[in-house]
Design a protein around this ligand. Sequence first.
Ligand code: SAM
Length: 236
Amino acid sequence: MSIRLAAGDVARWRCDWEAMMRHYQPDRDDLLATGLAAVEQVHGGAPRRVLDVGGGVGTTAESVLQRWPDTRVTVLDVDPALLASAAAALPQVRTVRADLGSTRWPALAGGSYDLVMALMTVHYLPQDRVREWYAQVRQVLRPGGLLLVGDVMPDTPVAERPQSGGTDPWTAWWTGLAHDPAMASLLSERAAALAGLTCADFFAPVDWHRETARRAGFGEATVLHRRTGHALVAFR
Ligand SMILES: C[S@@+](CC[C@H](N)C(=O)[O-])C[C@H]1O[C@@H](n2cnc3c(N)ncnc32)[C@H](O)[C@@H]1O
């Protein structure tokens, strides 16, 4: 479904999204800048093709394009409302609606990416799916390509995120969106698309990710950034 969103509204939602994500991901700007600099080092310059999985409203994709204007970027997400915001703000970006919990997403994403990124996304998947997900990422990466995973990676496994009683920044962002009449049809499309999907809140330590990625066929794993239970890890 194609819905025209007002540019001003989209800009505001995306700006609020970044503020909200900075709350959940400490040092987010520094973490991303460190990751992109590492990519340049590995590839000897800008990557040609980048896939941002669980890319949301496309603010990470925008940072990628600010740094590498000629790079072709794909944003993949299961959420039609977030993808609509990404598409409205960044018409040069390819958006793909797909569920990372399915076996179909690699085919929908396409292959030969130089870089796959997943920021604050992997913890949505249950443990078994994360194992398969690492193997699927290898299918879409070109040989020698890089995977960046930035997420909560505590020193010991955590079963669940503490509940905040509905007043957290995430809930506040979605409540704000729901007040906008222009979003009504997209939000009902979203409710249908996300029916049955929940966030697994699976938070595993760096070593678990390293070992799981190794079993999926990745070699080197480098921790690029670490702060208060969060990490950005590069896998090759
Ligand atoms: C916390 S947000 C992070 C978004 C973005 N990476 C960022 O850092 O701004 C998690 C994202 O993962 C997406 N997501 C969650 N489960 C998914 C799934 N099964 N398949 C695809 N995307 C999913 C959500 O829709 C959301 O956009």
